[in-house]
Design a protein around this ligand. Structure first.
Ligand SMILES: Cc1cc2nc3c(=O)[nH]c(=O)nc-3n(C[C@H](O)[C@H](O)[C@H](O)COP(=O)(O)OP(=O)(O)OC[C@H]3O[C@@H](n4cnc5c(N)ncnc54)[C@H](O)[C@@H]3O)c2cc1C
Length: 487
């Protein structure tokens, strides 16, 4: 059995911390274990270990690894449609418990994509990437490491190809600067990478399809966050500000969850040397698109599990809001809560469907059905955005207009407290806490995460358009037959 405990992860983090280059709000983070920007990510990651050790999640949050050991599903290569279905279930469980991104799903999806792609490259080009990747993965599984995938390049001008931007913006796409006998040197910048600085391993992979003359942009490597030349800059939004201010003011009511609101990092790679045993694709442009396709198939299908969990969290917060407002039993409220439930389960169903119709890649890894994985992503947006609208309705204006908890103790604190009180069973502090949780989901960063995470809707629609082109002639022919139209 190779399941880690939260304290194993923390001790690895402590060992690396002195070499980190992590920045937030213009300053270097000296102690990521305590800094308000990084601490919530660490709390989430600790929880992923705790949950996997719980007997009730055995076989769902855990799986059988390459060495036939019991491992965490986050580092598992999926081996059957049943496995894939468990993957969606696992996403729902973990994201439900943390009420946030679980920060380990991109690692899982990168592992599964690289397992397949390295196999394809080796089969066609007689390279040895797959063997190398398996050695890397065996260690990841043995140590139960936190892996994330950094795919999204900063990209620069979106209408230009990587090679066109090379001279004007050398960071726009990750690229190989130098090939050496013992490895490669890479430069460039990635952005939006969830939880990246707090991971044990980062899979750095190309973000798009590439042409034959774009060899230097075809990359897949594993780095550690403390490699020389790697810099992390934390994202910063109004919720980071709220989190920091509430800590400064000495209250946890204005920002009530220890698991945070979702943290992403820009990563700058400044001539980073990657040893050969960590290089899994280097210049093979033909396979860059496949890598992205396999990654997003997993990510979009499994994402339905975490979006269903988010719907559960939104439902819980909405129900609590109705309760503290004193209207929980009202018929209309109950109907609206039921609607949130419907949207959550509909999202879940699409992910399960994409997994149930998964297929076996020649390497042995199972891939979700690509068409349905794209549908799962689009449906997640449709359903979760409805849930968010209902949640906005459930709480009332106080969701965005609440005073700070410090006002309850200010010069007119008694009056504010009385004014905030609704259902007599709950204190003003409790009502504020509930509304802050609801505010995170209705007015926080999650909506953009829902739309852009796993790629913007345009990419899913493009994939569907291709499928439609293939399927439409038969569909039209069938319509003809139904009305006996001869031509
Ligand atoms: C909360 C969150 C977490 C994330 N986590 C991760 C992560 O862990 N790892 C990771 O690798 N990525 C992650 N992402 C990144 C995510 O995949 C990207 O945000 C997404 O792919 C879009 O890229 P972009 O943000 O650069 O948007 P842009 O490329 O700026 O796109 C903006 C809009 O313009 C359109 N557009 C872009 N280019 C073109 C073009 N050439 N022609 C026409 N239209 C165009 C797009 O359709 C899109 O709607 C995360 C994103 C978010 C919001």
């Amino acid at each position: 059995m190779v399941l880690s405990r939260p304290e194993d992860y923390i001790s690895r983090l402590k060992m690396r911390a002195k070499n980190f280059n992590i920045y937030a709000m213009g300053e270097k983070i000296d102690d990521p274990l305590e800094h308000p920007t990084t601490k919530p990510v660490i709390e989430v990651l600790k929880k992923t270990y705790e949950l996997a050790l719980m007997p009730e999640y055995k076989g769902i949050l855990t799986a059988e690894g390459l060495n036939n050991d019991k491992i965490n599903r986050f580092v598992h290569v999926e081996r059957s449609p049943e496995d894939l279905i468990k993957r969606v279930k696992s996403q729902r469980i973990v994201s439900f418990h943390v009420g946030n991104c679980n920060y380990r799903c991109t690692g899982h999806d990168g592992i599964n994509a690289l397992y397949a792609v390295t196999y394809e490259i080796d089969s066609e080009l007689n390279t040895n990437y797959h063997k190398r990747f398996i050695e890397f993965l065996k260690n990841v599984q043995k140590e139960d490491l936190v892996v994330v995938t950094a795919m999204t390049d900063v990209k620069g001008n979106r209408s230009k190809r990587p090679a066109e931007l090379k001279d004007s913006n050398s960071l726009s796409y990750i690229h190989i600067v130098e090939e050496r006998n013992d490895g490669i040197v890479i430069s460039g910048a990635k952005m939006h990478v969830s939880g990246a600085a707090l991971a044990d391993e980062i899979l750095v992979v190309s973000t798009r399809s590439l042409t034959d003359d774009e060899k230097e942009f075809a990359v897949a490597v594993a780095i550690k966050p403390d490699f020389k030349g790697v810099y992390f800059i934390s994202g910063w939004n109004s919720y980071d500000s709220l989190m920091k201010t509430s800590k400064d003011l000495g209250t946890d009511i204005d920002y009530p969850t220890p698991f945070g609101h979702r943290n992403t990092f820009m990563i700058i790679f400044d001539n980073v040397f990657v040893p050969k045993d960590r290089v899994f694709l280097s210049g093979e442009t033909k396979y860059a698109e496949k890598l992205v396709e396999y990654f997003v198939a997993h990510h979009r299908a499994a994402g339905a599990g975490c979006k269903a969990a988010f719907a559960d969290v939104i439902l819980g917060a909405s129900a609590l809001a109705a309760e503290v407002n004193g209207v929980f039993n009202a018929r209309y409220i109950q109907d609206r809560l039921l609607e949130i439930k419907r949207h959550g389960e509909a999202t879940y169903a699409t992910g399960i469907a994409a997994m149930a119709l998964g297929w076996r890649h020649p390497s042995g890894v199972y891939m979700p059905n690509y068409k349905l994985a794209n549908i799962a992503k689009l449906e997640a947006i449709t359903h979760l955005k409805e849930a968010i609208v209902i949640a906005s309705e459930m709480g009332g204006g106080i969701v965005v207009n609440a005073p700070s908890a410090t006002d309850l103790k200010g010069p007119v604190g008694e009056k504010v407290s009385m004014a905030i009180k609704a259902n007599e069973k709950y204190s003003p502090e409790e009502r504020l806490k509930v509304m802050r949780l609801l505010s995170l989901w209705t007015a926080g960063p999650h909506l953009v995460g829902l739309v852009q995470g796993g790629g913007p809707p345009a990419t899913q629609l493009l994939a569907l358009k291709r499928t439609l082109k293939e399927e439409l002639p038969d569909i039209i022919e069938n319509a003809r037959k139904l009305i006996d139209m001869k031509r």
